[in-house]
Structures are given as structure tokens and as C-alpha cells.
Design a binder for this molecule. Sequence first.
Ligand code: SF4
Length: 334
Amino acid sequence: MNTERPLVEVRDVARWFDVSAPWLERVLARKPRTMLRAVDGVSFSIRKGETLALVGESGCGKSTIARLLVGLYPLTRGTITFDGEPLSNMEGPNGLAMRKRLQMIFQDPYASLNPRWRVGRIIAEPMLAHTKLSADERAQRVDVLLTQVGLHPSDQSRYPHQFSGGQRQRISIARALAVNPEFLVCDEPTSALDVSVQAQVLNIMKDLQRRLGLTYLFISHNLAVVHHVADRVGVMYLGRIVEIADRDALFENPQHPYTRMLLSAIPNMSGDGGRRTPVAGEVPNPLNPPSGCTFHPRCPFARDLCQVESPATVTHGTTQVACHGVAQGWPMQG
Ligand code: SF4
């Protein structure tokens, strides 16, 4: 693994959404504004060439982070830097050059490809904005990209509906690579695919990463997928990262009760030294999150402190974890 300075640094990032009722209704009912804190105080870094996976149940904020990282949403608070430059510079004069270095692969290869365009045009389209290549040069590059993702150059002339789901996601990957990015944000890239083709697409992504020196942020709710692709893993719960660690440390010795709960739910993957934490309860309504540690209503180890005080993130070896029990050494056997 590379030990250079981080390529991506995310510091105390928050993204809130105003989900208030319409103004008149709110005024008549004397209701305050309602803010959905989709992401609230998230920090992490990603080294060049590594894959950081963010995992958690739906609604935990991981897809919001994906969109913040490619500039699709403005930040409510905090900073994101890419190769030392604030991401907010994407709006400035050098913004186009910066955008070229960050690309995104979306979850649904059916919705993200224009059904009326041939594949060659779909893949070449980002080159129009970001390169000065001639039409011939673009077509040649499309040939190379299609080959790199395991398709045939002749597939340029076909339409998306003529491909399977796995092939469409390969086309999405080829399009994302068209402008030679360094960092790919992958938002559940295989979750819409049959299990049988998920591994093929993941292996292509890993192979491309090795060959092209790519850096990935990989969003997934599937811990088996995360185990296959990640170097490090961050576990999210209600807008915060509750644990972040090297992959093997996280899977073999999870610290946070929520991480242990997620792992306990997966057969053959609960390598937590017998400290199993049974799966309990539902994710609370993010519009009305619990006080203190937001996991306390579901946590079998919660004490009074957990209901009133949000735990700070502390470092244990290579693991960072936000839990009063871990920080204070409470007995936490499942
Ligand atoms: Fe459980 Fe308390 Fe730790 Fe939250 S802070 S995970 S409630 S022990």
C-alpha cells in the first residue's frame, strides 16, 4: 500500500437538507424548519492507490458522501481537499481540470446510460468537455476502453439495451475512465447486478485499479463485497462514521457494537472473537435522531452516559472508533 500523503482528505464534513413543509403551511402551523442531517461531522482520508469502502444500512449517509466528493452537492460545513486543493475550487477557473481527475460510477447501469445513444458516443462524451482529441482519436480511445473493461471494440455501434446488466456496468466504467481520472467514487456499483456477475465486475475494477493506479471510494451495504475490494473500511450510522479501520482489523476484531451487529448478521463473516452482538431494532428516523450516541436505542451495552453525550472518536491502534464503552473499557461481551 502507498504511504504518500492522502489524495483525498475529508474534514468535519456535514450536509444537511432542508425538508421543511412549505412556507405558508409552516407559518400557519407555527412549525420550525426541519433539517435532515444526512451527513454530520464526517472525517476520513484516502491514500493514493487504495480503496476505502463506506458501509452501512440504507439512509446512513454514505451515498450523500459520494455525491459531496464529486461536487454534486455543496457542503453545509467542513472541507474536502483533493491532492491538497479544496474541492470548492471545482467552481473556479481551474475547475474543469479538477473535475476530470474525479469521476463517479453510479449504482444503476440502466438509468445512467442514455438509451438513445450508441455506446461509442456514450463513452466518448466526457472527452468532448475534457480533452482536445479529434473524432478519430476519440473513437480509438473508445476501442481501448472497451477492451480494458472486457468488451469488444465493435460494441461501439450498439445501444445500451442490447447489453446485459453486467455489460452495461462495464460501459459505465469505460465512460468513467474516458478522461483518465485518478479517483473514482463508486456508489453501489454492483448492487443492481445478479450475484453471478457481481464478482466479474468487481474483479475488473480491481484489475483496472492495479494497472492504472486508481484510487477508489467504494460505497456498499454489502459486507461481503466490501471484504473483497477494500483496503480500509468505514462504518456509517445515521450520518457519522462510527468505526474506521484496516479491512482485516475491522473484520477480525470489530470494536463498535454496530460493526459487530452488522458482521453478526452475515454467516461465516462474524470473525469477532466470539463477541457477537445480535441484530436488533431498526434504524431510527433521521429527522428525529436519538440523543447522545444515536445507536443507544439498539445497543445492548448502552448506559446512561450514552443517552446524553455523543461519543468522541478515539484511536486504538489502526482503528478509530466512536463509542463510550470502547473508550472506557466497559465489558461488552455479546
Ligand atoms: Fe453502545 Fe454507548 Fe457505545 Fe453507543 S456509546 S455504541 S450506546 S456503548
